[in-house]
Design a protein. Structure first.
Length: 185
């Protein structure tokens, strides 16, 4: 492989290369209040227990609900919900019932009070595992306590945010299982 020619790049834009995880719709609830937010910045942190770190801005209505309830659901939408997840990200749950506004179906979760989104491919019920980085960095560490995934398609076409209003779609999967060494993770 030939070395690639590289040019200087704005550091504020590196997210388009470093944020390849799928965009999620995060649901939260506290008392009679519920919300949905679009989330593009998260990372798997541990396999067992299953830990996921999420950056949720303090200016977001969901931040308050999640901080007070210590739980949420990470809902994985497929490409068909792209326009909906963009629209959800452009309004506040303090002003809009996003389930009604965007014709999404809330379903009861079994381990948390936040609802699942029926139209999403997968739903991961989460409890706050560690909040030591919330006050300084708005970084929540959740433990996935229940997971539900649609049986088909096996690999949905997910949406990935690249910054500046640009998205990419997941593509062709390539296997290297014969070369894989799990102890190297």
């Amino acid at each position: 492989m030939k070395p690639a020619q590289k040019n200087d790049f704005p550091v504020a834009d590196v997210r388009q290369y470093l944020e390849p995880g799928p965009v999620l719709l995060v649901t939260s609830a506290l008392g009679n209040e519920r919300d949905i937010m679009t989330l593009g910045w998260h990372t798997v942190m541990e396999f067992s227990p299953s830990l996921v770190g999420c950056m949720i801005s303090a200016g977001n209505n969901s931040h308050r609900l999640i901080k007070k309830s210590s739980e949420c659901v990470l809902n994985l939408p497929a490409f068909a919900l792209l326009d909906t997840l963009v629209a959800i990200g452009n309004c506040s749950g303090a002003d809009v019932d996003k389930f009604a506004e965007f014709s999404l179906t809330p379903q009861p979760a079994s381990e948390v009070k936040a609802p699942l989104i029926a139209e999403c491919h997968a739903c991961f019920e989460c409890r706050l595992y560690d909040d030591t980085l919330v006050d300084n960095f708005n970084f929540f560490i959740f433990e996935v306590v229940k997971a539900q995934v649609a049986s088909s398609p096996k690999y949905p076409q997910t949406v990935h945010y690249c910054g500046d209003g640009e998205f990419m779609l997941s593509g062709k999967r390539v296997s290297r299982r014969s070369q894989f060494r799990p102890e190297m993770l």
